[in-house]
Design a protein around this ligand. Structure first.
Ligand code: MSP
Length: 659
């Protein structure tokens, strides 16, 4: 079998003096989306990430933590790796710059540059902070150290220099011949004018830093951190033996705009000097800002990914990062915008369309996806709209226009909502003609949903997998070849899969409070009171989450709540409220009607006879117009808040009080 075309993409390797925030998560999410998209386009894809573990900052952080550097970076690398795993973002290769294979690659690259005449020994003069043992880049004589504020001194040290000046013309020629190398276009001019203004040779070794990769035979020289770090892209895919792996050169390096110069000037120059192939593209994205300034640990304004993923699910975070900001530009991060998008586009948009379609197929065709019968022009119009969206979405993905790709997908979802509102399948009866019409409408909606699911998969891997199995479609959605995606390929006459909650609606204020409480706890584990793992509840009244910060209550407060053992007598679905079940429950003294937000997880028939814990003295209220007189207790499990009914492992009498 011929080998698939390869695609190699990278995230930067992250500094180990802190843990990932939304800014880092953004680059990694984009890489993961591109990886999934390219796989669905038939490429053999390798995505790499890693940790940048050398340098004076790590030396300092390890000292502060009172542990040797090697131990400090090992802990940090584990923490980064674990968090990426937890967020579903683990790369195919994870490079640590302290890995032996990386050390070998850096030393090899240096040797090649030296053998080709681009490295020489010289002296570097700069402003040095004797308290911090570090050169202060860009400082002039008389400047103070930006870290400790004390005066810097002018110091000269012996260094190896890289002849960057020799690459001015080769780089400019290269940019001209490869117009797509620097992306977005707006960054290109900035780099070209920097190179045109003249390149100074670059010091690539240091003798004032201990914690670095040694220059063989030249101790105490260690490599300058950027010479070391950039080489990670090559060591990830074979290092000196890169040809065997067949992945080099990289197809795209994804980076933030702050590090574009290192990637588009230094890195290609090092590779040209070593006569190695140069990457095909560097794509620089903007920053996520918090109150208009770049997030940073030292400013204390970082947003953490884990609390958001816990509260709303990782798909929601991925969607927000890509949908709200044009890739390449800066964007402001706000929890308010995040939760608003979640409720409008995910809960009310995709989630609602999927659960409504499935519920109608369930009700009208006993859960079997109908075959398409005679069609009407409006069915064809929706088909055409969806079909032409496919091309547009693929083109947008290809150009890294994620916000516009998602916009085009969501336009199709909007069209489906409109179509259902006009066609009103629920108003049709059971005659042969009406049944055929219902089949056509539901087939059309299901087919649209299948296409939307495949197109959204790179961005929403978890939820689209659920929709795919809900639609009873064969294989995995990740295995769909986007190239061949067409209207009309729906596998019909199949049984729908089990309904699973996709994006339960949340109450904005409560959701934000909970995210912030979890973030607070993660940042100050001792100071913050424990927040229960968050859960978006599936109750129809929005999130009924527990208070984010739990106060202690006295026994007299607890005694106010009356809870009893109840037994479910009947259970049925409520038309138009796909999350709610209407139950009648025997609580010993009377039979109560209670609504419970568990319809997506429990079949009504399976509940009859089951003993449950009921809050019996709750004021009655109406949910979707149906009176509910009491509350059934359930655990809220996992990031989606899957309800699991509380029950009893021993036989208990109906009506017994829980104390
Ligand atoms: N270690 C270097 C990269 C070496 S690559 C050979 C480094 N590390 S970093 O941890 O500081 O940053 C890594 C990436 O995260 C950069 O691309 C940076 O732009 C990105 N972000 C860090 N904060 C960010 C935001 N607030 N918003 C978006 N991305 C930002 O630089």
């Amino acid at each position: 079998m011929p080998r698939k075309e390869k695609f190699y993409l990278t995230t930067p390797i992250y500094y180990t003096n802190g843990l990932p925030h939304i800014g880092h998560t953004y680059t990694t999410v984009v890489a993961d989306v591109v990886r999934r998209y390219k796989r669905m386009r038939g490429y053999e894809v390798v995505m790499t990430t890693g940790t940048d573990e050398h340098g004076v900052n790590v030396e300092r952080a390890a000292k502060k933590a009172g542990v040797p550097e090697s131990e400090f970076v090992a802990r940090m690398a584990t923490a980064w790796r674990e968090l990426w795993n937890e967020l579903g973002l683990s790369a195919d290769e994870f490079v640590r710059t302290t890995d032996l294979k990386h050390v070998r690659t850096v030393q090899w690259l240096f040797k090649l540059c030296k053998e080709n005449g681009y490295v020489y020994k010289g002296h570097y003069t700069g402003q040095y902070c004797i308290y911090d043992n570090a050169f202060v880049n860009d400082a002039k004589p008389g400047d103070n150290c930006p870290d400790c504020g004390r005066p810097t001194e002018t110091v000269t040290e012996e260094n190896y220099f890289f002849k960057l000046s020799a690459f001015q013309k080769p780089l400019l020629d290269f940019y001209q011949k490869n117009p797509a190398f620097i992306q977005p276009e707006t960054r290109k001019n900035e780099i070209i004018s920097f190179v045109e203004s003249g390149l100074k040779d670059l010091s690539i070794t240091r003798t004032t830093i201990r914690w670095g990769i040694p220059v063989p035979g030249e101790e105490p020289h260690v490599f300058y951190v950027w010479f070391d770090a950039l080489t990670a892209y090559l060591s990830a895919v074979g290092g000196p033996e890169y040809e065997q792996r067949g992945m080099w050169p990289a197809d795209v390096h994804l980076v933030g705009k702050d590090i574009i110069r290192f990637h588009t000037v230094y890195w290609p120059a090092f590779l040209m000097a070593a006569m190695l192939p140069v990457p095909k593209q560097v794509w620089a994205h903007g920053w996520f800002l918090m109150d208009a300034s770049k997030m940073s640990k030292s400013k204390g304004n970082v947003v953490l990914p884990r609390p958001i993923a816990n509260m709303l699910g990782m798909d929601a975070l991925r969607y927000f990062l890509l949908r709200d900001v044009v890739f390449g530009q800066d964007g402001n991060f706000s929890y308010d915008a995040l939760v608003t998008r979640y409720n409008s586009d995910l809960a009310n948009g995709l989630g609602n369309l999927a659960s409504r379609t499935a519920a109608m197929i369930e009700r009208n065709f006993a859960g079997r996806l109908p075959k398409l019968g005679p069609r009407q022009p409006q069915d064809d119009a929706l088909a055409n709209e969806t079909q032409s969206a496919i091309g547009e979405v693929l083109e947008r993905y290809e150009n890294m226009e994620f916000a516009r790709a998602l916009e085009a997908i969501w336009a199709v979802i909007g069209a489906a909502d409109k179509y259902l509102t006009t066609e009103q399948p629920w108003a049709l009866g059971d005659s042969e003609a009406d049944t055929q019409r219902k089949a056509a409408i539901l087939w059309t909606t299901a087919e649209l949903l299948r296409i939307v699911t495949a197109l959204a998969h790179p961005v929403l891997p978890e939820s689209t997998t659920k929709v795919w199995s809900l639609l009873g479609q064969p294989g995995a959605v990740s295995g769909i070849e986007l190239e061949g995606l067409r209207w009309g390929q729906l596998a019909a006459d199949v049984q729908l899969g089990k309904a699973q909650a996709l994006f339960p609606r949340v109450d904005k204020t409560e959701a934000i409070e909970r995210i912030e409480a979890m973030a607070n706890e993660e940042q100050n584990p001792q100071a913050a009171p424990a927040a229960a793992p968050a859960a978006a509840t599936s109750s129809s009244s929005g999130a009924a989450a527990a208070p984010a910060v739990s106060e202690k209550i006295g026994i007299e407060d607890f005694a106010k709540v009356e809870m009893r053992v109840g037994q479910i007598k009947t259970a049925e679905r409520i038309v138009g409220a796909d999350k709610l079940l209407k139950l009648t429950v025997d609580i010993g003294t009377e039979i109560r009607q209670i609504c419970a937000g568990i319809a997506q997880y429990y079949e009504p028939e399976a509940l009859v006879g089951r003993k449950v814990a009921v809050v019996t003295n709750l004021a009655p209220r109406k949910l979707r117009g149906v009176e509910s007189n009491g509350m059934i207790i359930a655990a809220s499990v996992g990031p989606e808040g899957r309800p699991v009914l509380a029950g009893f492992s021993e036989d208990v009498e109906v009506g017994a009080r829980l104390k």
